[in-house]
Design a protein around this ligand. Structure first.
Ligand SMILES: [Fe+2]
Length: 345
């Protein structure tokens, strides 16, 4: 197996490739380095087979969309990843094949709800869940410190002690660690109970990443144009959330809510299907097609997408435009399907 880190910076991109078939995967590519990656692949005589984002990044634009566009290779993310252009979704226990190389998917939520780690048997790529002597922040974009503690202590620390740890970020110039070392020495986790860890993470006043808004929204939606006016984070936090079960109860009431699906047309008729009776207006077209929705301005509206992220953005946009009773389907069509509620395709 060929294994290299390509950025030599705080933000890590790993190249994993099969020596026999010359097929390669890029893990967490950064947009500004896309040309360099293509040059390295050409120089090494490798064919790009897969792009894998360990999670939806908030601190840098992903290079996956550009590279997917240029090379037509697959983009693989966890099934809770909000971005519509991921064309292969994986879950805990799945194996990603890149030639003869096998990457085992460990679902490790906490930093974000769509965080995965990739285990090769010798190495584990931990994304931003477990860092060297640290852990990724869990205070925005669906982060959950308790889930993060469970992911680290139950999934990652269950791997053999000698497993080499490669995180998606490092701010102190480290390149790798081991599971055994992190178990013993990671100052955030070692010797702490789950409650103590949650309290510790809540007490750290992290500043928000620079340009978070400009980075996070395109990474979540694959919309990168000037026409779509995204709401800010404080508005997103105020969006009212309903579970799949809550929405299904309301749909059976005498006056059901208007259901607005903001995914892409391909997703609407794709594997997850859509809620019967829902109306499709993709997020990227919402602002210009708002006149079509005026009839629903006063009544209850439930906004729906794949995992509940794009729809939260859409709900905040509708509220900003004067819609009075807007709700978001929490967990989106992924949760809706998990609850085995009715869908049309
Ligand atoms: Fe991250």
């Amino acid at each position: 197996m060929i294994f290299r880190e390509l950025n030599r910076g705080k933000c890590k991109t790993y190249l994993v490739a099969c020596e026999r078939t010359r097929r390669a995967a890029l893990i967490d590519p950064v947009k500004t380095c896309a040309e360099r990656y293509l040059a390295v692949l050409a120089y090494e005589g490798l064919k790009l087979d897969a792009l894998i984002d360990t999670h939806t990044h908030a601190d840098h634009p992903t290079g996956s969309f550009l590279l997917q566009d240029l090379t037509d290779c697959r983009l693989i993310m966890h099934r809770r990843a909000p971005v519509p252009v991921a064309n292969e979704h994986v879950e805990d226990g799945d194996t990603i094949h890149v030639g003869d190389v096998k990457l085992e998917v460990l679902y490790t939520p906490g930093h974000t709800p769509d965080s995965i780690s990739l285990y090769t048997g010798e190495r584990v790529l931990t994304g931003d869940v477990l860092l060297i002597g640290g852990t990724g922040r869990a205070d925005f974009a669906g982060g959950d410190a308790g889930a993060q503690y469970d992911s680290i202590t139950r999934k990652l620390f269950a791997l053999p002690d000698e497993t080499i740890v490669y995180p998606a970020h490092d701010y102190r110039g480290n390149t790798s660690s081991t599971i055994g070392r992190e178990k013993r020495q990671n100052p955030r986790i070692a010797g702490r109970s789950r409650d103590e860890y949650v309290a510790l993470m809540a007490s750290i006043g992290f500043p928000l990443p620079e340009k978070i808004q400009e980075v996070l929204q395109p990474n979540q939606s694959a919309i990168d144009d000037d026409k779509t006016k995204f709401p800010d984070l404080t508005q997103l936090n105020q969006v009212r959330q309903l579970s799949a079960d809550d929405v299904s109860v309301r749909l059976r009431a005498a006056t059901p809510p208007f259901v607005l699906d903001v995914r892409e047309p391909k997703e609407f008729t794709g594997e997850l299907g859509h809620i019967p009776g829902s109306t499709l207006v993709p997020l990227r077209e919402l602002a210009e097609r708002i006149a079509e929705l005026q009839a629903h301005k006063a009544g209850p509206t439930v906004v729906v997408c794949r995992s509940g992220v794009r729809s939260t953005t859409a709900a905040a946009i509708l509220e900003g435009l004067g819609f009075e009773q807007v709700y978001n389907l929490h967990g989106g069509m992924v949760d809706w399907n998990d609850r085995r509620l009715p869908v049309e395709r």
